[in-house]
Every structure is written in C-alpha cells, then in structure tokens.
Ligand binder design. Structure first.
Ligand code: ATP
Length: 515
C-alpha cells in the first residue's frame, strides 16, 4: 500500500475515533459516499462556514447572503443546461468491474508524467549540486522535454475529445496511453458512456415527466433565479454578489477518497454580478482574494496551486481551480469561474421574464456577467484535517497525535484542567470554566493523569489548555499550554479572558485579509 493511502486511512480512523466524521448509517454497513459529522466535526464545519461567510459577506460591503431551497422548479435545470449537459464520461474495466471517469483516468496519466519530470529535476539537482539551474534544465534536457511534449499532446487530445463530445476518441486515448485499471491491472475497457449526475425524484404523488424534480447539483442556480429579488430588496448596485452556503447532490460515478467526493455535500458559493466586459478584472480579483483567504490559515503556501481548466464548462469563458495537496495528491478544492451571462440569459429565455439590470451610470439595461467562486465545505474540511494531522515524537521518546487545526477554526478552543481532583483545585478550575465558556467553546476535564489529558486535547486539536495547580490557589496564576509548541506560560487568571481573545478571535484573522 502506498504511503498516501496509509495517511488517508489513518485520517479516516482518527476522524471516526475522535468524533469528527462517521460513515453514514454505519450499523447497516454504511452508504457509499455519504458521511455524518460527529460532535467535533460539526463544530469544525460551522467554524469554516463562519470564516467563509465573514470573509465574504461581512467584509465585502457589496456581498449579501441568500438561503434558497434545495428543490427548484424543474425548468431551472433545463435552462442551466444540467438536464442535457451535466454528464460525466464513464468507462468500466471489464475485469475488476470498477467504474471510472474517463477524463480522470487521463488526468492521472498526465499527473504521472509531471511527477516524472519532478523526479528528473531532483536527480539532476543532486548530481550538479550548487551549480544546478533548474530552469535551464527544464528547457534543454531531452528526457524532460519528451515528457513535457507528451503531456501537451495528451492534454490537447483530451480537450478536443471532450469539446466534441467524442466518446470514442476518449476511449482511444485511454487505450493508446496504455492506462491500466489500478485494481485489476488490466487494459480491458468498455466503451465510454455519458452519465447524468443529477438525482431525480417526484413531486407529490403524481408521477411522470412534468413532476420530475431534481436535488440541486449546485447552489448557484438559487442565486441566479433570485438575482432581481436580491438586487431590488437589498438595493444593490452592480458590481455586487450573492453568497450562499448549502447542500448539493451529485450521483458521482467514482465516489471514493473519503469526504473528497460525496453524493451529498455542502458548497459555499458566491455569484458576483458585473458589467459585461469587466469580468476578467473581477475574475483576477476573486482569484487573488480567495487564495489569500486560504493562505491566511497557515496550512502552508506550497500546499496550494492554481490549475486552469483544460475544458471549459458550457457556461464559462475562463475557469481555474485552486488545488490542494490532499493525501491523494493535488486535487480541486475550489473553482473560480467566469460564467458570462449564460445562466441569466437562459433563465430570461426559459421564464419569459427579463433578467436585466438598469445601470444608472451607463443609463442602459443589460444582463450582467457573472464571476463565481465555489468551494466545497467538505473538501475544505478534509484539507484542514489532512494538513493538521501529525504524529510527532516527543523529547522523552513517546509519540503524540496532534491535530494542528488553525486555532480560530478549532472545534474546542480551550480545556480547563485541575492538576488533581482535590484540595480545591476542581472548584477554582470550574469557576474559570464557567467564566470562559461564555466566550469560547471549552471543555472541563479532571479524569486521568495530566499528560493523558493533554494527549486527548491534542487529538481533537484544542489549541490551548489551562492547568490549575496548588500554586494557582496562592498566586492566582494558571498555566497556559500551547498545543503546537507545547510551551507553557504562567498567566494571571484575571487576564486569561483578554489574552485568549487576542489569540482566538476570528476578527484578527479577518484583519489579515483586509491589509
Ligand atoms: P470535480 O471536478 O472534482 O468533480 P467540479 O469541478 O465538478 O468538481 P464544481 O462544480 O466547480 O466542482 O463545484 C464547486 C466545488 O464543490 C468544488 O470545487 C468542490 O470543492 C465541491 N464539490 C464538487 N463535487 C463534490 C463532491 N462530489 N463531493 C464534495 N465536494 C464536491
């Protein structure tokens, strides 16, 4: 088993053991690609949502919120193109009977070539030492150039096959590249077929075409059909945006890799309405702002990269992904799309109602263009969990498992721990707990030795522990232990509240986004 699979496996079992994520309906052996969030998971999720919402809606005076229904009029999905075009090309391996997305198999092949180039670079760097010039090497080394050329060719082949909807060409590419099924190791592939990802159900008791409704595959359409309601009621002027957090549903073909690809998941999406012709400026603005939002959490800048789309969706004129270095490698975490006026125009046509904005400065009406930022809450959760999960050897040789979750997002912020369960220490600790829990999510714990209690808090990612000892009764000081450095400092109990606000308040994090 590869080490990345090991990491993911440890993460899944840690998430379950410590109450972050459970397989859904586990007593019935679970349901594939659906998960339940446990006591700490729900708090982490809520804190991520709060960070997104505040950074988007609270900081930006030109953004407002919306919470639209999951069910929408079925014509919505005709207009948006999802009924006809929200398909994935799927292919089966005849030996393992496993189903894959044809485009994903090809992307993985391209990624393998990229890794080969990286390996060549590493080897050359070792060979040439200080005098090594990586840029020159990339431009001149024949082996590297060969891989790069192959990557370009494969990319171009996939792009044209996808754009033409040429499923045979897609299959031929897989065969030509010699792609093997990771399970059976065979190249025995079926034809490629299109598969619609929307879940359909029936409204009320009537069955038939007219009453077929869909579980929304994205939250964005709720913002489009409410564009004028929001603009008028909140008196918004273009450019302005609508932000929304909510569930979305997709009947994913490959639903593996834990909460990375689920059939029921949550999205945090923002639709920004702009004057036609200004969309590329705003596309750049939102790219820069969104990567800043990620970087501020301190999970490591090298864990992110932009990846421009090879094939643009039917509605887009520019699109990029923010990819994150998950245990399975770099994969999409967030999409930033310039969606043109495709959706509003389609809704105008299908509904027969004007979807136009009167621009007082230009003295004319137009259908705005849209720039969208769309991030999966569950993927963000996985990004945080995987970058935070560490197994460390301590000075005394023992091991600790720690979740170094960015402190503003940690589900439990503080643990208040009396050193022993007697001599009035629990009473003082409880008084501190009762004071601090009004401001922070706290735990009080007096069971087991102090070292064991620290380990328990490390495992759920609690950034600070406050320990009360006999000395505290005399000098009114407590020990504040930092999760990451494990340093301890004595702090006046009366100052705890303000000192903790300095370190834990989300406003400090938001401040860095406005600099
Ligand atoms: P992918 O290419 O991975 O299928 P996508 O490009 O179809 O994703 P978008 O339609 O751009 O995804 O959706 C916006 C965001 O929603 C994605 O960046 C991702 O974080 C999240 N998302 C999409 N599908 C899923 C899923 N099945 N499970 C969890 N999150 C998802």
């Amino acid at each position: 088993m590869s080490s990345s699979e090991d990491v993911l496996k440890s993460l899944v079992s840690h998430a379950k053991e410590y109450g972050f994520v459970f397989p859904s309906s586990e007593i019935y052996d679970g349901l594939s690609a659906t998960y339940d969030y446990g006591p700490y998971g729900v708090d982490l999720k809520n804190n991520i949502k709060a960070y997104w919402w505040k950074a988007m809606v609270q900081i930006h005076t030109n953004l407002v919120g919306l919470d639209s229904a999951i069910f929408m009029h079925p014509t919505t999905w005709k207009a948006s193109g999802h009924v006809d075009a929200f398909n994935d090309p799927l292919i089966d391996n005849k030996d393992s009977k496993k189903r894959y997305r044809a485009d994903v198999l090809i992307e993985e092949h391209i990624e393998k070539l990229r890794l080969k180039i990286e390996k060549e670079l590493e080897k050359a760097a070792q060979r040439f030492g200080d005098s090594f010039d990586p840029e020159m090497y990339l431009k001149t080394n024949p082996r590297v150039l060969g891989y790069a050329e192959e990557m370009d060719q494969v990319r171009a082949g996939m792009k044209s096959a996808l754009e033409e909807g040429n499923l045979e060409a897609l299959r031929n590419l897989i065969v030509e590249l010699g792609v093997v099924c990771p399970l059976s190791g065979s190249k025995n592939w079926t034809e490629v077929r299109q598969f619609n990802l929307m879940f359909a159900t029936e409204l009320g008791s009537v069955s038939g075409e007219a009453s077929t409704i869909y579980l929304r595959p994205e939250t964005a359409q709720g913002s489009y059909v409410n564009f004028l309601n929001v603009q008028k009621s909140a008196r918004m002027k273009i450019p302005f945006g609508i932000a929304q957090i909510g569930k979305a549903f997709r009947n994913e073909i490959i639903a593996r890799q834990f909460i990375f690809r689920m059939r029921e998941f949550e999205q945090m999406e923002m639709q920004f309405f702009v004057r036609p012709g200004t969309e590329m400026e705003w596309f750049e603005y939102w790219k820069a702002f969104r990567i800043k939002w990620h970087a501020a959490l301190g999970l490591g800048d090298s864990n992110y990269r932009f990846h421009d789309h090879i094939k643009l969706a039917h509605y887009a004129n520019a699109a990029t992904d923010i990819e994150f270095n998950f245990p399975m490698g770099f994969k999409e975490l967030e999409g930033i799309h310039s969606r043109t006026d495709f959706d509003l125009k389609a809704h105008e046509t299908f509904s027969g109602r004007k979807q136009q904005y009167f621009d007082p400065e230009l003295q004319e009406s137009y259908i705005p263009y849209v720039v969208e930022t769309a991030i999966g809450l569950d993927r963000m959760f996985l990004a945080i969990l995987s970058a935070s999960f560490k197994e460390e050897q301590l000075e005394d040789g023992s091991m600790r498992t720690v979740l170094a979750i960015p402190r503003w997002l940690a589900p439990v912020k503080l643990a208040i721990l009396p050193l022993v369960k007697k001599d009035g220490l629990p009473e003082l600790a409880m008084r501190i707990f009762n004071d601090l829990r009004l401001d922070f999510t706290c735990q009080y714990d007096e069971k087991d030795a102090i070292g064991k209690r620290y380990r328990r808090q490390d495992a759920i990612g609690t950034p600070f522990c406050i320990t009360i000892d006999h000395q505290s009764l005399e000098d009114g000081m407590a020990t504040l232990r930092d999760r990451d450095s494990m340093t301890q400092e004595r702090i006046d109990i009366s100052e705890l509240n303000s000192r903790l606000h300095e370190r834990l308040d989300m406003s400090r994090l938001l401040q860095t986004l406005t600099d």
